[in-house]
Design a binder for this molecule. Structure first.
Ligand code: UTP
Length: 409
């Protein structure tokens, strides 16, 4: 069998441990998974440094500053008009990063199908689509909505949205594509088996979105229809404005290749990435990479120096995305709890992290864009992330923030 050499080279022969017990179909499926798996990811483990991406070589850090709320208010009409014009001309599409597993929420289904409601049904997908419909109403047209899923939730995501009639968004404007998967390994770099004929694979992080979009061929459909900018956004934030004309207009007028919505951090240690300049390029430094001292540094006005945190809502130039698509992205190696089968074939669900997953992050794309407009939004009106069931960034906190914005659910 030709891939035994590959398995040997990477020390992964154990993946065939149960091979002889498998049916012919299962054997085929296992070999197919091995052929498809990207073993080169494992090389990254050799220069792994916890909490740092594989290419992180430090660099000089400076604040980037932002187009702040007061400034935006002054020019709002101009930005809005420019943004609406771009939407009406079909130059903007929205892309929802829906490939995550939402493990912190602990919900057994696509995160978007989680029902937030207490007094009525109100799903995360519904919140996002309602936000988009507001803009469509204002613009008088619909923009393309592209939804990234993963092998783990694709079927269920499509089924759910269809059953709910896409919450009123026109079906012909919606497209789906699947993101790539990456193997999960133990602390010694051995790929886990999830079943006797099943490698442990998980979505490869939200940063692979453009490569996977190109693989699906959907990028061509967008480019041919005249799309020039893609508003990439996360599933978590149920208050965010998507394809916000003011944000789009300001980014276009700035001439930057990218725009990023940011909020002023509520504390130095808040768990959001800070948009900074690193060696002169726009760069997002994750909260766990920054260190407490730097995060607490103040500027001459007594404000936090690195006070603008990203909320995973970006506008990316399609032209620039094509220029960088073949480039190598930094790889993040993250400790996670990974279910696996042991040598006897018994399924183990660990209570503490037992290995690594490999992830690319959308935040890393910002640096490759070379220029980025940092665009401040009011956190009370646009930032209600759902990561957990309760506590900070949770279903409960999001419900309260929705209510403050007149959305009772
Ligand atoms: P998170 O980083 O919060 O990850 O995703 P997650 O998988 O949803 O949740 P946890 O960490 O397991 O609790 C931020 C956004 O990126 C998307 C998510 O769907 C969410 O919109 N994402 C994440 C992907 O699309 N693909 C991935 O591989 C990871």
């Amino acid at each position: 069998m030709k891939n035994t050499d590959l398995l040997k080279q990477y020390g992964q022969e154990h993946l065939l441990r149960f091979y002889d017990e498998l049916s012919e179909d299962e054997q085929k499926s296992l070999i197919e998974q091995i052929n498809q798996a990207d073993f080169t990811l494992l090389d990254a483990l050799q220069h792994k440094d916890q909490n740092k991406a594989t290419d992180d070589k430090g660099g000089s850090l400076a604040p980037l500053g932002a187009l702040e709320i007061d400034e935006i208010k002054k020019n709002r009409a101009e930005y809005e008009e420019k943004g609406l014009e771009a939407i009406r001309a079909g130059k903007v599409a929205a892309l929802l990063l829906g490939g995550g597993q939402g493990t912190r929420l602990g919900f057994d289904g696509p995160k978007g199908s989680y029902n937030l409601g207490v007094t009525r049904d109100f799903y995360i997908f519904q919140a996002q689509i309602n936000n988009m419909l507001d803009v469509c109403k204002q613009a008088g047209c619909y923009f393309p909505l592209i939804i990234m899923t993963s092998d783990k939730n694709d079927v269920e995501t499509r089924r759910f949205l269809k059953e709910k009639n896409y919450f009123g968004y026109p079906e012909e404007k919606i497209r789906f594509f699947r993101q790539d998967m990456a193997p999960s390994v133990d602390f010694n770099g051995k790929i886990y088996l999830e079943g006797k004929a099943q490698l442990s694979l998980s979505p490869n992080g939200n940063g692979g979105w453009f490569k996977s979009l190109v693989k699906s061929g959907l990028d061509k459909e967008l480019a041919e229809s005249g799309v020039e900018f893609i508003n990439v956004f996360s599933m978590d934030n149920v208050l965010q404005r998507i394809c916000d004309p003011v944000f789009i207009g300001a980014t276009l007028l700035s001439g930057c290749n990218c725009g990023a919505k940011v909020v002023a951090k509520n504390a130095p240690g808040e768990k959001v990435g800070a948009l900074c300049l690193k060696d002169g390029l726009p760069t997002i430094v994750e909260y766990y990479e920054m260190g407490d001292e730097l995060a607490a540094e103040k500027d001459e006005n007594g404000k936090l120096k690195y006070r603008f945190g990203v909320i995973l809502n970006y506008l990316f130039s399609l032209k620039r995305m094509y220029e960088i698509v073949d480039g190598k992205m930094p790889l993040h190696i993250v400790e996670k709890k990974i279910p696996y089968i042991d040598e006897k074939g018994v399924l183990i669900k660990p209570e503490t992290p037992n290995g690594y997953k490999f992830e690319y992050l959308a935040t890393d794309t910002v640096r490759d864009m070379l220029s980025c407009l940092s665009f401040e939004v009011e956190r009370e009106r646009e930032f209600a992330p759902i990561k957990n069931k309760e506590g900070i960034d949770s279903v409960v906190s999001a419900r309260e923030l929705l209510a403050k914005n007149g959305i009772i659910c």
